[in-house]
Write a new protein. Sequence first.
Length: 363
Amino acid sequence: MKITCKKSGINSKRTQQLYGVALFAAVLFFCSLWTAGCAKNTPVAATSQTTVSLPVIKADGTDSVLELAPYFTENQQTLAVDELLPGDGLLALYGADGSIVTADSGDCLLDRQGRVSVKAGEPFLLQGIIVNPPKFITQVAEITKQALGQNQRVMIIYLDGFGFDSYQEAEKLGKIPFMAGLQAEKVATVYPSITPVAFAAMVTGQTPDITGVRARADHQPACSSIFDLALAQGRKTFIVEGDKQIIKLAGEAEFNPDMNGDGSTDDEVFAAALSNMEVDLLLVHFHGIDDACHNSAPHSQEALTVINKTDELVRDLCRMWPGKVIITADHGQHEVDKDGKEGNHGDFRASDLFIPLLTREAG
């Protein structure tokens, strides 16, 4: 195809103006190329801007911080994780995308930006590490699926904000006589350790990178849950919550505001649960412990009082339920530095990430 251009007839003054603009643009273009070339060939020194600190929960459950800068020489790109955490064996690698990968420390390479690759796989950005991790909150879905497969009825009692630290303290002080008699283990929740993210992992058996629920504003899991499974099997399901819906799940649900004005929805949730016992899969979400821990810190007398009352509610529900019972939480809490009178969660620390998982067999 032949392309022809008509003569524009632009006057000489206009032509000169356009020529000047074009010349200026050309100069900027070549300057940018030169700058990029210089930057590409200039080595980047190990500075605070190019290295990171990683939170690490040690095998004994204590919190620590791994400063990467001291381990890297100027030209070093990666280090074996077992050089940074010698002799620590199995690790839970929490990705910034919400994933959790378990791997032996000897199979992991870490770069100065906090990206890790496992067995020479694709590197991903780390959020934190748990050394010698326990099982995870996703076990709730697995236990439920197994029980449903054995034609058992299942009740999940979900104690919002009841961290493993709080469980241990309450047990030591005799505040949970019923739950203390059940089979219990420590498990790790997902990150960020906040309610919708953990709730979605609990009922789907998937980590946040799969569920798509990674923040407080996310409410719709992108994958199926135990409620989808139960309904597909022709089972009846029911969810009892406080005054609002946390995440959207299949099946029937009831939301219970504080009708008697006592400052808690737990009594309303308890009554609603008792009215819906004729189902195959029941989830009961109590929020009182989390509220008390936020208002007065997780180890306060107020929090212990609510934990004690919750133990009684759990006991009474279990006495009425003939099937398998799973009792767990979504996250724990830590004290906020305000004279120890407030609690919060969402950090990568043991008090927020470790939760109890208790079970009671049918009958």
